[in-house]
Structures are given as structure tokens and as C-alpha cells.
Design a protein around this ligand. Structure first.
Ligand code: MG
Length: 164
């Protein structure tokens, strides 16, 4: 068993789609980023890579690389998951926090959970997505940014029969 932690924060700006956990959340403000700015999927990527000791998202998907301009973070997550599998590991469960003063995320948590479970090929009961405000404190609390934490557990899948 191996555990990994991930964290990310992105600035909220007007007139940009808000991508969060691989879905689009209706919002007048969206997350600024070289990619689609999906702060939750970035935190999950870092947790996956961290658990496998494979570095961080910035090493694998540099924000100076035009290939990742406006990239779909779900595609980046699938690549990171492939690297984890190549290392002989698979996700067991995920727990995540989204820190957002705005928009209100409670109505979207179930859809985010379903999408993240699908991306990680996990049963929904192995994926936990929690959301909270920042009580009006700091940049997140002023509604200037959204941050996310993720913790992932990996294990080694059992060898298939006949494999040496
Ligand atoms: Mg990021």
C-alpha cells in the first residue's frame, strides 16, 4: 500500500468556464490556468504521482508546453493514471476537499464524485468528494480562488493467473 497527497489552487476570473472534477459547473467565474484550470483533477494527479513517487504534475505536464494550453485535465489524469499502472500500482480509494467560497458546490458534489470515480475506474463508494467554504478568510474566502486537497491510496493488483 502507498499513500499520496496532492494540493492545488487556481485563481477565479470572469468569463471562463468553471471545470471542477472533470465536469462543468455553472458559474459566472471560472478557474484561470494554462490548462482548463481544473484544480481538483490537478490535486488528484499530484496525489497519484506522489503515491507512486513519480514526481509532480508540473514535471509531467509543464505549463510552458503549448501542448497543454487549454488541455482537458481529464486527459492529463488518464495519462498520470497510466504511469501509475505502468509502475505496477492501482488506486484503491480517494478522499478530496474542495475549498471554494463561490459558487456553491453542494448541488454538484454527486456529479463530480461520479465523474472522478469513472476517470479512476473506481466504484463510487471508493471516492469521497467534500466541499467547504473558507469562512470568508484569505483569497479562497474572498472568492478569488478555489483550492483542492486530495489523498489517494494505491496498492499492487494481484498477478493474473499464469503470470510469473
Ligand atoms: Mg493546477
Amino acid at each position: 500500500m502507498r499513500v499520496g497527497i496532492g494540493y492545488d489552487i487556481h485563481r477565479l476570473v470572469p468569463d471562463r468556464p468553471l471545470r471542477l472534477g472533470g465536469i462543468e459547473v455553472p458559474s459566472p467565474v471560472g478557474l484561470l490556468g494554462h490548462s482548463d484550470g481544473d484544480v481538483l483533477l490537478h490535486a488528484i494527479c499530484d496525489a497519484l504521482l506522489g503515491a507512486a513517487a513519480l514526481g509532480d504534475i508540473g514535471e509531467h505536464f509543464p505549463d510552458t508546453d503549448p501542448a497543454y494550453k487549454d488541455a482537458d485535465s481529464a486527459a492529463l489524469l488518464i495519462v498520470a493514471l497510466g504511469k501509475v499502472r505502468t509502475a505496477g500500482l492501482r488506486p484503491v480509494n480517494l478522499d478530496a476537499n474542495i475549498l471554494a467560497q463561490r459558487p456553491r458546490l453542494a448541488p454538484h458534489k454527486a456529479a463530480i464524485r461520479a465523474r472522478v470515480a469513472e476517470l479512476l475506474a473506481l466504484a463510487p463508494d471508493c471516492v469521497s468528494i467534500k466541499a467547504r467554504t473558507h469562512e470568508g478568510l484569505d483569497a479562497v474566502g474572498r472568492g478569488e480562488a478555489i483550492a483542492a486537497h486530495a489523498v489517494v491510496l494505491l496498492d499492487q493488483p494481484p498477478r493474473a493467473q499464469g503470470e510469473s
